[in-house]
Design a protein around this ligand. Structure first.
Ligand SMILES: [Zn+2]
Ligand SMILES: [Zn+2]
Length: 314
């Protein structure tokens, strides 16, 4: 699969440093965001490298039923059994809270950290719920604990995303299986692996791939709006200036927007947030015109319930 880009950790750090320097120079108002992102991305690089090194399969999915589910529009993570190194990934949730606290979220993030430290949230369940992309479950738990749902969701997402990425890679690289045979036929707007929306569409040479905002998987773009399925006649384009290579596709039906970035090569998973940040001006332009990004797709399954299972007595 063309989306898998393998670089050593040191090459990734070098590439990231160069990119942040450019972002900071071109868009000085993003300096604070760059400082926060440096910490978060550094941790992601280490986590992915550790997971790849240990080489343990993270997600057990039977290829044939998964291929059948893909045919019905269900991401192939669904129905799989995770084996998560919670001892490695769990501490990343608290570390993300610390970074978010110093990065501007302050006490809102510190309160989440305190809640984690007190053992009021089961980390294994939290990571599993995040991998299931079950935002409602995280929200319920956060409200129950009187902590900020968005911070808990984001911290869990930052900790779980390396596992999602490595699992998608492991499954896409084994084969051929009925699952890897079915993947190239996927043309929906959400990720065939985890079910998240893309962070952006990335064009390299003549080929555009949507890049998942969570696991980093890449898949070909279908015609029209990927969010609501409306045809190409509902889709128009926004540009910061007429000659700009990057642009946002906007949908007149659902009001969703998607950034399209032209790149010289595929962005490695670990560096996707940098390109997302570097194109913030497009997000602002789309927001000014009233466009937004829809909530995560709902696949209508009950999934695991909130991180309550192992909740100790208060
Ligand atoms: Zn994904
Ligand atoms: Zn739409």
């Amino acid at each position: 699969m063309t989306y898998v880009v393998s670089f050593s950790s040191s090459d990734l750090r070098l590439a990231a440093d160069m990119r942040w320097t450019v972002i900071g120079h071109d868009e000085p108002h993003l300096q604070a965001a760059v400082i926060l992102q440096r910490r978060l991305v550094e941790r992601t690089i280490t986590a992915v490298s550790d997971l790849l090194e240990s080489d343990a399969p993270l997600l057990d999915v039977a290829a044939e039923p998964a291929a059948a589910r893909l045919g019905e529009g269900l991401p192939f993570f669904r129905g799989g059994a995770w084996t998560l190194p919670v001892d490695k990934l769990g501490p990343l949730v608290a570390a993300a809270c610390d970074d978010l606290a110093t990065g501007g979220a302050g006490n809102v993030a510190r309160n989440v950290r305190t809640c984690l430290e007190a053992g009021r949230i089961d980390l294994g369940s939290l990571l599993a719920v995040s991998l299931d992309r079950n935002q409602n479950a995280v929200r319920e738990k956060a409200l129950h604990e009187s902590i900020a749902p968005d911070v808990l969701w984001l911290a869990a997402e930052l900790a779980a995303a390396p596992a999602a990425h490595v699992a998608a890679r492991q499954l896409a690289e084994t084969g051929p299986t009925p699952l890897t045979d079915a993947l190239p036929r996927w043309n929906r707007g959400y990720c065939p692996a985890c079910g998240s929306w893309p962070a952006f569409s990335e064009q390299v040479d003549e080929q555009s791939l949507l890049r998942c905002s969570f696991c980093g998987h890449g898949w070909p773009i279908g015609p029209g709006c990927g969010y609501c399925g409306e045809g190409p006649d509902q889709v128009t384009w926004l540009k910061e200036e007429p000659a700009a290579p990057r642009r946002a596709q906007v949908c007149g039906d659902c009001g969703g927007y998607l950034k399209h970035l032209a790149r010289e090569q595929r962005t490695p998973f670990e560096l996707l947030p940098l390109e997302d940040l570097a194109s913030t001006a497009l997000d602002q332009l789309a927001a000014q015109q009233g466009y937004g990004r829809p909530p995560l797709p709902d696949f209508g399954d009950p999934l695991r319930h909130p991180c309550e299972a192992d909740e100790p007595a208060r």
